[in-house]
Ligand binder design. Structure first.
Ligand SMILES: Cc1ncc(C[n+]2csc(CCOP(=O)(O)OP(=O)(O)O)c2C)c(N)n1
Ligand SMILES: [Mg+2]
Length: 445
């Protein structure tokens, strides 16, 4: 009201007396931006918030008219992936709490966003992740064993123990390895999408990011490149309400990420991220649109981070328990899909139990096997980074070998695969035993 009064006064002051006799003025402009001239003075305000598209409500009722339901097999497979991902999260969260792995991040509450997206994309599409996309990996078929191995940083870890847990990736499945330095994946994804445009095949690039990561400069560079270069790609925003302890109200003003995408000139849609049917529909449609029009589309998934940010965080310090309970019990993607399956009599209680039992067994098997595997040999630390080691790194490697060989017990050498360090320690022990017979009654030397 106050703003409107101010504007009308300003308009009167500026144009009132001199130009009263003229009608509102419009004229074309030759500015390359393609705008026109007007005398209609206005300080524009942001458009009202865009609505969130959904197909199914919290009770599993279909609310979209004329919606053709996905086939039973597709729904059951998505449900299986949700359960598997949820059990994997529970098991690995507990394992971390027991001190068996160093770190973990759960995906509770974001299962429909992750799994529905995997269902909607083509397996040929190249995907860049942030770090909270477990369900996407599961549904695309990434072996649980490889993920368990990655979390244990053992010899089965494709990163050779050089990255933190949850940094999964798979060349075969077209998923670029997670890099949790926020938003670094975004300009890379825009570049890859441009390469795909030049290749002109029926595939695109999709890039995950959180609403918090979107505050990084890299996000804006990525958005801008993708629209200016008119590249076919999907920007997949997981808007889960928090960036560690920062709630979204402290993260941004305006209409979230969707409005930013539109401002950059891409297509966009806001979707209920806890409704797997809406997610699949939106991803398929956006994918088609991006390829047909050779331009990016942003999908903003409205969801909720059900767990702590990571095992280094305690979310109860900054979140109301009631809020957490609402999202875990009322607006929860797994419960919602289960209600839909029940309504259509697609899943009996026995079948549900069977899915849960099988998934638990699979996860436990992967965890137990991963815990038994040795860690990569220690010098691996220096390999596969530079083609040839720099003099400094060579010096550091020699130092490391010397130091660890001197204090092998401090480093639990038996956990690591055989290496130059082991052989050095063995040689040293042989020499020692040749010259020195330990006192059998003495304590460990
Ligand atoms: C460049 C950079 N700055 C800060 C961090 C620390 N950090 C890790 S995750 C995170 C929050 C990201 O939130 P969001 O993008 O919303 O993803 P979410 O954790 O909610 O899935 C921050 C600040 C980081 N990893 N990288
Ligand atoms: Mg977030």
């Amino acid at each position: 009201m106050i703003l409107r009064r101010f504007l009308s006064r300003t308009r009167k002051q500026l144009f009132g007396s001199t130009f009263r006799q003229f009608r509102l003025y419009h004229a074309p402009s030759r500015h390359p931006h393609g705008t026109a001239f007007t005398t209609n003075f206005a300080i524009h305000e942001a458009a009202p918030n865009q609505e969130t598209f959904r197909v199914m409500d919290e009770e599993g009722n279909i609310v979209l008219e004329n919606y053709e339901l996905l086939e039973k097999d597709v729904l059951i497979n998505m449900y299986k992936s949700m359960i598997k991902s949820n059990i994997f999260d529970n098991v690995f969260y507990d394992i971390q709490r027991q001190g068996r792995i160093s770190f973990y991040m759960t995906n509770f509450g974001e299962e429909a966003t992750q799994i529905g997206t995997a269902e909607g994309l083509s397996p040929d599409d190249l995907v860049y992740c942030q770090y909270r996309e477990l369900g996407f990996f599961v549904h695309r078929g990434h072996p649980l064993q490889t993920m368990a191995d990655t979390n244990f940083s053992n010899m089965g870890d494709p990163n050779d123990g050089k990255a933190m847990p949850v940094h999964y990736g798979s060349k075969e499945l077209n998923i670029v390895t997670v890099s949790s330095t926020l938003a670094t994946q975004m300009p890379q994804a825009a570049g890859a999408a441009y390469a795909y445009k030049r290749e002109n095949k029926d595939r695109l690039v999709a890039c995950w990011f959180g609403e918090g990561a979107a505050s990084e400069g890299d996000a804006h560079a990525g958005f801008n490149f993708s629209t200016v270069l008119k590249s076919p790609m999907l920007w997949l925003c997981r808007n889960n309400g928090y960036a560690i302890s920062t709630p979204l109200k402290h993260q941004y003003c305006g209409d979230g990420l969707l409005s930013r995408g539109l401002a950059y000139g891409m297509g966009g849609i806001r979707v209920d991220g806890n409704d797997c049917l809406a997610v699949v529909l939106a991803v398929k449609a956006a994918r088609k649109y991006a390829l047909e029009n050779s331009k990016p589309v942003m999908i903003e998934f409205m969801t909720y981070r059900g767990g702590h940010h990571s095992t280094s965080d305690d979310a109860t310090r900054y979140r109301d328990p009631e809020e957490i309970i609402y999202w875990s019990q009322v607006d929860n993607p797994i419960i919602r899909l289960k209600k839909l399956l029940d309504k259509h009599e697609y899943l009996s209680e026995e079948e549900d139990k069977e899915i849960r039992d099988t998934s638990r067994k699979e996860v436990m098997k992967a965890f137990r096997a991963a815990e038994k595997k040795q860690k990569p040999y220690i010098e691996k630390l220096f390999e596969d980074v530079f083609d040839e080691l720099t003099p400094q790194l060579k010096y550091q490697e020699r130092q490391l070998i010397r130091h660890v060989s001197k204090y092998p017990k401090e480093y639990g050498l038996e956990e690591y695969a055989d290496s130059a360090i082991h052989r050095k320690v063995q040689r040293f022990q042989k020499i020692k035993s040749a010259f020195y017979k330990p006192d059998p009654n003495a304590e460990d030397d």
